[in-house]
Each structure stands twice: as structure tokens, then as C-alpha cells.
Design a protein around this ligand. Structure first.
Ligand SMILES: Cc1cc2nc3c(=O)[nH]c(=O)nc-3n(C[C@H](O)[C@H](O)[C@H](O)COP(=O)(O)OP(=O)(O)OC[C@H]3O[C@@H](n4cnc5c(N)ncnc54)[C@H](O)[C@@H]3O)c2cc1C
Length: 543
């Protein structure tokens, strides 16, 4: 007997309730698009993976209406300032990187945005996103529901927690189902790039690290002692440290006893710890060949998987959602042509490739630091590591010379850890939502960011004073409309706005009086000129 499956209909169907799917859900709700989201987990994500939530993600969360004070309060390591390389947690650093950099870099970051990078453990961020996503009437968030596949007619088959199967028919489907993306596999979408560069164990521990290192402002410790070779990511100095161990040898050899031995040595005999999570993950560097198949779109890790060196994975997923959602809403609600949706892949895929390449080269660049210490990365454990580390740590002239060399190598990797050009400086080239001139906008190097109000670039942040409820030019951009900045006379703008309304802001008007000079200078806006900004804050055109 054939089972009859009920089919539900929705405008939008999201598969996956990680950071990407949840951001998409919140943005859709802000635009009044009803949708269903299925997430196969029943509770929060167990593995604390991401912790660097970058400036652009924070700006997007602000535009999405998240309570920003509460989001910043999730930062459980606000003093984080350094990345170090040392023998173990207790020993003095052989190399040290200052994430804040010099005064010039700090000032540039402060001028770049009203928002800033925050260290938020991924499960905590996801819980905040999930709470916001569930607060909208139009969002049907289903935890414990699993997407099982596409049926012959293209509709989705999902399984409820009680085992019941339900069909979902949607105008559009967003696959935010993570690195293993069952949807991408079902669609036969290939991913270019290496699937396994290395494998790592994630050993997440409840531990008070301050009992070992004091109140040190370190975010990442690269421990080089061969018995505990790995990276400690400090999510919360008093509560949560994730120890990332590269696998040398088969996974089976890392049994519980061996892992406990490593953690005992890492934390020492006097500091209690509890292993909260043990899992293995693949370091990959892949970008999907296609982001769209019919009315199904791939977002986040489903579309790209980067080495975590650079902290660009979660952040790229947030930007993917932000780029796509307003376009889909315009298509569903207005008169936008289907080609607007094609611009998602045209715009986001090159950014993903750039992020992927940079994350990969960041990972490679770490080898230069080991080389400066005197280690040969190719030899692995087959070298006198203890002797080399002792020499590099010695309080003598030779040791000092090695440390100077190491710190030079560390500084050469600055744009691994401090990359405003990747965070907010990515440019959309081409794409039907931009003027043809967009190709002329220069890319920012990873390590630098020059705010320019040119097509494809994110609108420069300019502080706005005396305007109720807004503190930045980015705050006046509406997600449900184009925004046209003018200076005086009304221009004849011929750029398409895809059936969406246009909000006109005349910087010569009374309300801008206190800000006009600054805005005009930063946006390079002279009398009679205009700048058209997309709902996602990227400049569409200027004239
Ligand atoms: C060690 C480490 C450190 C990292 N650090 C950073 C960092 O500092 N900054 C950063 O930006 N990124 C970082 N990342 C990357 C980041 O964790 C990922 O990029 C991010 O989780 C991707 O989010 P996502 O929502 O696209 O996918 P995921 O987080 O993988 O979410 C996908 C969701 O889909 C669900 N799902 C899958 N299949 C189905 C199905 N069939 N039905 C229903 N639901 C399904 C899954 O349960 C999951 O919850 C790090 C990664 C690692 C491993």
C-alpha cells in the first residue's frame, strides 16, 4: 500500500537552521515573506566552531533588526587581542600578533563602521538568531525536521520528528544545509577545489583558562609541543576553550584515552576541565560550480567551504543570505524579472572564490611562522622539536634573534587576522542589479579598505549626527527599498529598481544639515549628482 503524503505550500522554504538559514529567515520576515524552515537538529549546535563574527555580519544583523546591545553582550572574550605561538599554554610566546595593530589601523577600523568584530561562540549566536527568527508570525521554524529529498515533481519531502513524511511545495527553496549539503548532492552540483586538505579533532572543554594563563588577552594559542600540537581557541576564558588538533595518523588512534592524555597535559594537573564535545572535521577549500538550480539556491557552507583560517565561513553565509533575500522578495512581491535572481550567483560566487583562496593561502602562510621558528613543516614529528622550541624560547641572544625573525614572519601574515578588505571591502562586479560601470570599481586588498561610493561597493559608513534613530549612513538604507542619495536637484535616474520603491534622501535638506559636508565628501557627491544604493547597502549606480 502506498503512503499518502500531505503536501504543504509555502512561498519560501529554507533547509537548514545554522547561521545562514536563520539569517535568511529573519531577513525574509522583515520583508513580510512567509516561509517554512526545517532544521534536523532538535537543540543547539553542539560544536563551537565559529567565533569571529566580522564587521559586515554585525552590520547586517543591525539592518535585520537584531537587538545589537544583546548581540554584542554575547561576546564572551571582549578583551581578546593577541594570537600567540608558544611551546604550551604556560610558556612565554615565541611569536605574538596584535590584532589591534597600530593606531592608524585602529583608527581606520573605527572609521570603517559603527560596528566591529565580535568574538561570539557559534552556538550562542545561533540561539540568538533562532530566537529572533521564531519571533515572527510568518516564520514557521521546525526543529527536528529533516529534509529527505526531492520528489519527482520537484517538491521536497521532509520528515517530522514523529516520523511522519510531509511534502513541501515552494516557489523558491534556499538550501542552507551546510558543508555536506544533501541538497547540493541531490541536485548534482559539483564543488571545485580540494575536499580534504587536513583533518582535525575538535575537543571543546569547559575549563577556566585564567587559572593557567591569568587574565591574558589571547584569542588563539598555537601550541607547538608535539604532544599537544594544536590550536586553542578561547571562546570564553573562564568557561570554554576549543582545542583543535590536526590528525597525524588514523582517526581511530585518537581514542578517548589518548585525547584525555593530551588535555591533561595541555591544562596541567591542577586545573579541572570537562570535555563537552569531541568531533572530527575536514578542512576543505571548495566553491560550488552553480549557486542556482531552477528555483533552488545554495547558500553558506552549502555553496562554499573554506579553511577556518581567516574566519570567513559563517560571515560569508550571512552575506549570501543578505544578497539573495531582498531579490527573492522583489520577485515574489513586485515586478522583478527572473534575471535579478541570477545576479545572486554572479555576485556572490566570485566573492566566495576570493574568500576561499585567501583562507587557503592563510593556512599555507602559517607554515612560514613554523619555518621561522626553525621547524620544517614537511618533516612533521620527525625532527628535534623540543630542542628547536627550547632554542627559540631561550633568554639569550640567539633566542632573541629567533623570536625577532618569528615576529617578522607573524607580521607578514597580518592580513590573515586583520583583513578589512575581505570583511567589508568586497566588490560586486557585474550582476544585473548593478550598472554596467561596476567592473571599473577597484577591489580592496585583503589588508586594507578604502571606502568608495562606487558601483558594487558597500556604501561608505559616515557618522550621522542629530538624526533620531540613525547613527550611520548605513542605518538609512531600507532593506525593502532602493535608496537614492541626491544633492539638491532631482536627477533623472534610469537604473532599474526591480519594482521596489525608491527612498529619496536629499543631503541638502534640513534634516541632513549637520551632516551634509561629511556625507558629501565621503560619498563624493556634488550638486546635481546622485547615488543609487541597493537594499543590501551596495551601490547600484551613480551619476
Ligand atoms: C574550527 C572552526 C572554526 C571556525 N571559525 C569560524 C569563524 O571564526 N568565523 C567564521 O565566519 N566561520 C568560521 N567557521 C566556519 C563556520 O562554522 C561555518 O562556515 C558556518 O557554520 C556555516 O554556516 P551555515 O549555516 O552555512 O552551515 P551550518 O552551520 O553547517 O548549518 C547547516 C544546518 O543545516 C542542517 N541540515 C543539514 N542537512 C539537513 C537536512 N537534510 N534537513 C534539515 N536540516 C539539515 C544542519 O543540522 C545544520 O544545522 C569555522 C569552522 C570551523 C570548523
Amino acid at each position: 500500500m502506498q503512503t499518502v503524503v500531505n503536501t504543504e505550500t509555502t512561498q519560501l522554504f529554507i533547509i537548514g537552521g545554522g547561521p545562514t538559514g536563520l539569517t535568511a529567515s529573519i531577513l525574509l520576515s522583515q520583508l513580510g515573506v512567509p516561509h517554512i524552515l526545517v532544521e534536523r537538529r532538535t537543540g543547539p549546535q553542539p560544536a563551537p566552531a565559529a567565533h569571529v563574527v566580522n564587521t559586515r555580519s554585525m552590520e547586517i544583523f543591525r539592518q535585520a533588526g537584531l537587538p545589537m546591545d544583546e548581540i554584542y553582550a554575547l561576546n564572551s572574550h571582549p578583551q581578546a587581542r593577541y594570537v600567540t605561538w608558544s611551546t604550551d599554554l604556560k610558556s612565554a610566546p615565541i611569536g605574538k600578533f596584535d590584532l589591534l595593530g597600530d593606531e592608524g589601523r585602529l583608527l581606520a577600523r573605527m572609521n570603517m563602521s559603527q560596528d566591529r568584530v565580535a568574538n561570539i561562540s557559534q552556538p550562542k549566536l545561533e540561539m540568538a538568531l533562532a530566537e529572533k527568527a521564531a519571533s515572527f508570525d510568518g516564520a514557521d521554524i521546525r526543529m527536528g525536521w529533516e529534509w529527505k529529498g526531492f520528489r519527482k515533481d520537484g517538491t521536497s519531502l521532509v520528515q517530522a520528528p514523529d516520523g511522519t513524511e510531509v511534502g513541501i511545495e515552494a516557489a523558491y527553496t534556499l538550501a542552507a544545509d551546510g558543508a555536506g549539503s544533501p541538497v547540493a548532492r541531490a541536485l548534482g552540483v559539483k564543488k571545485n577545489g580540494p575536499e580534504t586538505i587536513a583533518q582535525f579533532l575538535n575537543l571543546s572543554c569547559k575549563v577556566d583558562l585564567t587559572k593557567i594563563v591569568g587574565e591574558r588577552e589571547v584569542l588563539l594559542y598555537w601550541c607547538l609541543d608535539p604532544e599537544i600540537f594544536g590550536t586553542c581557541i578561547v571562546h570564553d576564558p573562564k568557561n570554554l576553550t576549543v582545542f583543535m588538533v590536526p590528525l597525524f595518523g588514523p582517526l581511530e588512534s585518537y581514542d578517548d584515552a589518548r585525547c584525555a592524555g593530551m588535555l591533561d597535559k595541555l591544562f596541567g594537573p591542577d586545573v579541572p576541565y570537562e570535555l563537552l564535545y569531541k568531533g572530527v572535521w575536514n578542512m576543505s577549500a571548495q566553491v560550488a560550480e552553480r549557486y542556482r538550480v531552477g528555483n533552488v539556491f545554495l547558500l553558506g557552507d552549502a555553496a562554499h567551504r573554506f579553511p577556518p583560517t581567516g574566519g570567513l565561513g559563517l560571515n560569508s553565509g550571512v552575506c549570501d543570505a543578505h544578497n539573495l533575500v531582498w531579490k527573492i522578495a522583489a520577485r515574489l512581491q513586485g515586478s522583478a524579472a527572473d534575471e535579478l535572481l541570477d545576479s545572486y550567483e554572479i555576485e556572490r560566487k566570485p566573492v566566495a572564490q576570493r574568500n576561499c583562496d585567501k583562507s587557503y593561502s592563510n593556512n599555507d602562510g602559517l607554515q612560514n611562522i613554523l619555518t621561522a621558528i626553525g621547524l620544517d613543516p614537511a618533516k612533521g614529528l620527525n625532527q628535534p622539536i623540543h630542542e628547536l622550541l627550547e632554542a627559540a624560547s631561550a633568554p639569550d641572544e640567539k633566542g632573541e634573534a629567533i623570536r625577532a625573525r618569528v615576529n617578522e614572519a607573524v607580521e607578514n601574515e597580518r592580513d590573515h587576522f586583520d583583513a578589512p578588505g575581505m570583511e567589508v571591502g568586497f566588490i560586486y562586479h557585474g550582476g544585473c542589479a548593478l550598472s554596467a560601470a561596476s567592473g571599473a570599481t577597484p577591489d580592496n586588498d585583503a589588508g586594507s579598505f578604502e571606502p568608495r561610493a562606487l558601483p558594487g561597493a558597500r556604501l561608505p559608513h559616515v557618522v550621522l549626527e542629530g538624526m533620531p534613530g540613525v547613527a550611520s549612513t548605513l542605518d538609512v538604507i531600507a532593506y525593502d527599498a532602493y535608496t537614492l542619495f541626491t544633492d539638491g536637484s532631482a536627477p533623472a535616474v534610469t537604473q532599474p529598481t526591480f519594482g521596489m520603491p525608491t527612498k529619496v534622501l536629499d543631503i541638502s535638506s534640513e534634516s541632513f544639515a549637520a551632516n551634509k559636508a561629511r556625507v558629501a565628501e565621503a560619498l563624493e557627491l556634488k550638486a546635481g549628482q546622485w547615488i543609487l544604493v541597493r537594499p543590501d547597502g551596495h551601490v547600484a549606480a551613480r551619476g
